[in-house]
Design a protein around this ligand. Structure first.
Ligand SMILES: Nc1ncnc2c1ncn2[C@@H]1O[C@H](COP(=O)(O)OP(=O)(O)OP(=O)(O)O)[C@@H](O)[C@H]1O
Ligand SMILES: [Mg+2]
Length: 226
């Protein structure tokens, strides 16, 4: 494990988020998310987990307070810088996988590499599919895969460009226990082998168990960090 003095990948400082319509989803939260660690966001539905992940992925912005990703305040970046940050430094995993249905597994993994203008996209995609343990599914379309296999493709895609930050929203929420365990081991390895700062929202005790840091949230506040 990395010592806590390792500098943060993401610093969230006194973040408030008020959505249009007036819902105050975050009411002044502060959190450091560190490389090589899995940070789990826990708490009941509506407590603000996905809102936090959207801030961590530079997909959304605070109403007040600050979010700093690798030393950059996200609300000061222009669109080009935000796109570059998301494409080059961040990987995303979702509950419902969000693979492109008309592309093969390998093409899904290649897509972010092509968007980022990477060389050897095909070879890197196959390497990542091997890393997640399903190279033989490279030519399969998503509908030919099980849920667990689809999530493995999604993890391969998220890790394709070796991101500094991996954002995961309920990554096992749609999987049986056995497939969920495989996915959790891969998420753990993303932190251990790639040194990614992983931030994961989850309701699952099994998912919380792989975390280095467990953040309990309630009604837009952080209740405890352990
Ligand atoms: N785009 C939005 N516009 C308005 N309100 C929103 C929006 N997104 C979330 N909210 C509200 O903000 C609060 C926090 O929502 P959030 O999605 O962060 O919760 P969550 O902890 O991820 O819940 P769940 O476990 O159900 O996924 C909720 O009251 C929700 O209804
Ligand atoms: Mg959510």
């Amino acid at each position: 494990m990395f010592p806590s003095k390792v500098s943060s990948a993401i610093s969230i400082r006194n973040a408030r988020k008020v959505y249009e319509g007036g819902v105050e989803a975050l009411r002044g939260v502060s959190l450091e998310i560190r490389p090589g660690q899995v940070t789990a966001l826990l708490g009941r539905s509506g407590c603000g987990k996905t809102t936090m992940l959207n801030l961590c992925g530079a997909m959304d912005f605070v109403t007040s307070g600050e979010v700093e990703i690798e030393g950059k305040l996200t609300n000061t970046l222009d669109d080009a810088a935000l796109t570059a940050l998301r494409r080059n430094r961040i990987g995303f995993i979702f509950q419902f996988f969000q693979l492109l249905p008309a592309l093969t597994a390998q093409e899904n993994v290649e897509m972010p590499l092509l968007l980022a203008g990477a060389k050897n996209a095909a070879a890197t995609a196959l390497e990542r599919l091997t890393w997640v343990g399903i190279p033989e599914k490279a030519k399969s379309l998503p509908f030919q895969l099980s849920g667990g296999q689809m999530q493995r493709v999604a993890i391969a895609r998220a890790m394709a460009h070796n991101p500094a930050i991996l954002v995961a929203d309920e990554p096992t929420g749609n999987l049986d226990t056995a497939s969920g365990d495989v996915v959790l081991q891969l998420i753990r390895r993303a932190a251990d082998e790639f040194g990614a700062a992983v931030v994961m929202a989850t309701h699952s005790l099994e998912a919380a168990a792989i975390a280095d840091v467990k953040v309990r949230m309630r009604d837009g506040h952080i209740e405890s960090v352990e």
